[in-house]
Design a protein around this ligand. Structure first.
Ligand code: GLU
Length: 279
């Protein structure tokens, strides 16, 4: 079976063995007749650095990977993401949230026993009930705000039973409500991982999304966004995560395990392949 797959790293550090495992897995799933895309997810401009971007190209080429040109660089497409946000606003599904992290923590503590989702406590909904006038006044006054998805409204508009097919786990029923009123854009980053990834996978015709099990829950939300926006639904394969001898996941902070440090120590690409077999 052939597929259009994509590896989508963020240039916020050097690639490590876990990335190599993901990238090699992704290219393999594309198959010989498929297409393997590389996408640079650099929407958080405060954390991305140009030297990490050039290192991504260099390290992946060293591994023997080849990808299609042009590479989609997300920071070149903020206007696209704004259009998607505008569509959701027109559908009545986004609202401005003026709460700071501290406000939210205080409200969550006040409620006690607040429901939690994959990213921690769910937003308690404080700004959902602001009047149109209050929203307009606070925006006019220059208050900073994020845009949140009205989850209940979104689920209502999307309709019943959202499903996707996961190659590792079979048919999945999406339960996006686990995220509550999730943030889809912030003032300093005028989009979000969830919005840009869902949009780009559709735009680029990706037919099989491969990524680590750590992002499994995100797919519940992405499936909802696809439905709301009339996007194609790809298949998914959430693969296992590579762990070190200590059983812990490889992370960017584990500098000894970057691909470049391994290369300097004389490790070869076939040895990396050998170390990074995933299912
Ligand atoms: N950019 C994400 C990361 O570096 C991966 C996104 C995805 O594969 O959906 O973890």
């Amino acid at each position: 079976m052939t597929a259009i797959t994509r590896f989508a790293p963020s240039p916020t550090g050097y690639l490590h063995l876990g990335h190599a495992a993901s990238a090699l897995f992704c290219a393999k799933q594309a198959g010989l007749d498929g297409r393997f895309l590389l996408r640079i997810e650099d929407i958080d401009q405060t954390r991305c650095r140009p030297e990490f971007l050039s290192a991504i190209y260099e390290d992946l080429a060293w591994l023997g990977l080849r990808w299609e040109d042009p590479v989609r660089i997300q920071s070149d497409h903020f206007a696209d993401y704004q259009n998607v946000l505008d569509r959701l606003t027109e559908m009545g599904l986004l609202y401005p949230c003026f709460c700071t992290r501290k406000d939210i923590q205080a409200e969550v503590a006040r409620i006690g026993n607040a429901p939690h989702g994959p990213d921690g406590a769910l937003y308690p909904g404080t700004c959902r009930h602001c009047s149109a006038t209050e929203r307009a006044e606070r925006i006019e006054a220059g208050e900073s705000y994020a845009l949140r998805l009205d989850m209940d409204g979104a689920i209502k508009q999307a309709g019943p039973e959202l499903v996707w097919f996961d190659r590792a786990l079979g048919k999945q029923i999406a339960t996006p409500q686990i995220f509550g009123d999730v943030v889809l854009a912030r003032k300093d980053t005028p989009t979000s991982y969830h919005l840009s990834v869902t949009h780009d996978d559709h735009l680029q015709g990706v037919t099989l999304v491969t990524r680590g099990q750590d992002l499994f829950f995100a797919s519940h939300l992405h499936r909802l966004l696809q439905e709301l926006l009339g996007y194609d639904v790809p298949e998914y394969h959430h693969h296992g995560l590579l762990t070190g001898a200590d059983g812990k996941r490889f992370a960017k902070r584990d500098k000894s395990k970057t691909l470049r440090s391994m290369r300097e120590d004389g490790t070869t690409p076939p040895q990396v392949s050998e170390l990074t077999q995933l299912t």
